[in-house]
Design a protein around this ligand. Structure first.
Ligand code: 13P
Length: 251
């Protein structure tokens, strides 16, 4: 199965709108030779600057979160339609930092996934176990549960618009990457869950990323694994030289 790779930078709470324009302009030059999907998930206030600068390049812009309601009294929140109106195509949903610090649950993740799809956005759904869960030996069960829950109500037709990111929490921002085999094994488990729910053909076509301390040194090996279709990159996506090398990992 020849799946595309999708390499996404998750900027988290970093860079101002001006810094965003400067970075995206530099990155535009670096991505000319790649056939992979390159995404920058920028802070919401930076989206207009990012879209404007990325316009004539192959870089796609993502939001890092959205609300599951269309509108209403939800101070500080942003709806799917607001993102669509700006021209955004992708949205990260259920990042572990949102689950940890902002009360995101499997239920809200599922609601957001359904709303994003309905609005025409492509969700990048984040799943992954904590260190405690890995040490208890429940990684497979837990990730199966998270994926099943997030995809509740998602149709086979919708699956072509879904990206899953496997991000073990213990590997995020710690410099401690999952080994190639550890990462591939869980991505394979996720593909199995999708196969059970939607069949082999859809499972084989679904893009599944790895995230957690992806860097210049480990990107190529990780992205070469059989079930890993690219990466969701945090810290290393903020430095142009590093992200250049990660995006062009096969050059
Ligand atoms: P780091 O690459 O900084 O570990 O972050 C990973 C991440 O959370 C991407 O969403």
């Amino acid at each position: 199965m020849n799946r595309k790779k999708v390499i996404a930078g998750n900027w988290k709470m970093n860079k101002t709108p001006s810094e965003t324009s400067a970075f995206i302009a530099q990155l535009s030059d670096k991505v000319k030779q790649t056939n992979d999907i390159v995404i920058c998930a920028v802070p919401s206030v930076c989206i207009p600057a990012a879209l404007k600068t990325a316009k004539r390049s192959r870089i796609k812009i993502a939001a890092q979160n959205m609300h599951y309601e269309d509108n209403g009294a939800y101070t500080g929140e942003i709806s799917a339609n607001m993102l669509v109106d700006l021209g955004v195509k992708y949205v990260i949903i259920g990042h572990s930092e949102r689950r940890q610090y902002f009360g995101e649950t499997d239920t809200t993740v599922n609601k957001k996934v359904l709303k994003a799809l309905k609005a025409g956005l492509k969700p990048i759904i984040c799943v992954g176990e904590s260190l405690e869960q890995r040490e208890m030996g429940v990684t497979t069960d837990y990730v199966r549960y998270q994926v099943g829950y997030a995809l509740n109500g998602v149709t086979a037709e919708d699956m072509k618009n879904i990206i899953i990111a496997y991000e073990p929490i213990w590997a995020i921002g710690t410099g401690r990457t999952a080994s190639n085999d550890q990462a591939n094994e869980v991505c394979n488990t996720i593909r199995k869950v999708i196969a059970e729910k939607y069949g082999r053909r859809i499972a084989n076509a679904t893009l599944i990323q790895y995230g957690g301390s992806v860097n210049v040194k480990n990107a190529k090996e990780l992205f070469s694994m059989s079930d890993i279709d690219g990466g969701l990159v945090g810290g290393a996506s903020l430095k142009i030289d590093d992200f250049d090398k990660i995006v062009n990992y096969n050059k």
